[in-house]
Design a binder for this molecule. Sequence first.
Ligand code: PLP
Length: 402
Amino acid sequence: MKIPLASSGLRDADIEAVMRVLKSGNLTMGQEVKKFESKMATYLGVNHFVMVNSGSSANLLMIEALLRPTLSKPQLYPGDSILVPAIAWPTTIWPLIQLGLNPLFVDIHPETLAIDLDSAQALIDTSRIPVRGIFPIHPLGRAIPPSQLASFTAKNDLILINDVCESLGSWSEGSHAGTQGIAGSYSFYFSHHITTMEGGGIATDDQSYADDLRSMRSHGWSRDRSDASTWTEQKSTNDSKFLFVSTGYNVRPMEIQAAIGSGQIDSIEEFIARRREIARRVSKSIEGGNLELIGEETLKTNPSEHSWMLIPLRVSGEDASQRKQKILERLEALEIETRPILTGNFLAQPAIQRITRHAVDPMHFVHATKITNEAFMVGAHHDLTNEQIEFLCESLAEVSKF
Ligand SMILES: Cc1ncc(COP(=O)(O)O)c(C=O)c1O
C-alpha cells in the first residue's frame, strides 16, 4: 500500500471555491487574498498577515524589508551576521546570502531539532564576529518556546525573524509559533498543515513593516499600503495608480490560492488532530523497538502544542546509520516514502560549500551530522486513511526490530 509523504489536501469544497473564483473573472490578487489575510491574522493573533506565492518568497521579503525599509532606518545592513540552524531549508538560507548577509550556522538540539541556543551562545561568546540577528526554524510542527528566544535575543541584543514554514498550528507558552520578534513566515505548499497549492505569508504586528512587505511583494507599489494616500499627496505629480515607493519583486498570490486557503484554515484544528493521532499511533507501534519518534515526549507533556508536519524517526542502538539504510530499503520496498530530516546537515550540501566564504566542515555540527545519518521521516498527512495508518504502523513495527 502506497504511503506518500504528502497528499494534495484539496477537498471538493476547495475545488468549488476555485471554480467560483475562476468564473468571477477576478484572478489576480484582490478581495479573496484580503479575506484570507484577515482570517490568518485572526488565527495567529497578530495585527497583520501578508500573503505571498510561497514560504520561500515570505522569507525573501522578510529580509528585504529589514534591509530596505521605506520609512525608517534599516535594521540590517549588508555583511551583518545572522544565526541559523545547521539543519535548515535552502530558502531559509538563500535570502540571507542573496541579500548580502552572512548566515552563521549553529548546531541543532538533538531532541527538538531546532537551533541549539546554548551552542549559539557559545559561538557568540567565543567568536569575534558581531551577530545582528537570529533566524530560527520552528521545525516540523514544533514551536520553540518564546521565553527561550526572548531571553536569548535580549541578552545578545539580536533581532528575531522566524521561519515557521513547517509549523503552522503549533504553539508554546500560549502563543502561536513565530508570532514573537519582528515577523514569522508560513508555507501553504500542498504537503503542509493547510494548502493553497503553492503559497505562503508573513505574520507581523508592525504596521510599517507590513506596509513594506505589501509594497515589496508587488514591484514596490504604493497601492496596498495603509499609508497609500499619504504617498499620493506627497508625490502629487506622479499618477497615484503608478506610484512606486520601495524595492520589490512580483511574489503576489492568486485569488484561487487565497480562496482555497480561506476554506482550509477553517479546518486546521481537525487536520492537526488527525496528524497528532498518526503520531500517537506510530509512537505506540514502535514501543520497545529500535526506532524512536523524535518529539514523542510532547504527546504526553503538551500534546495540543505540536502540529506534526511529518513523522521524524531516529534509529537507536549500535550501527544506527547502517541499520537505517536497511530500514529505508524495506520501507521503500513496501511503497512507504521516506526522506531526510529537512535536507539533513545543510552544510554538507554542495551549494553551500561552494558559495560561503568560510565553508565550515559539516562534521563540526555533531548533532546535525548524527541526525542526518541516523534519522529519517515518513508522512503524517491528515489525508492518510485508517488503512494507510494501520499499514504504516505495522511496517514501522516490523522495521523497528531491525
Ligand atoms: C523551514 C522551511 N522554510 C521554508 C520553506 C519554503 O516553503 P515553500 O515550499 O512554500 O517555498 C520550507 C518548505 O517546506 C521549509 O521547510
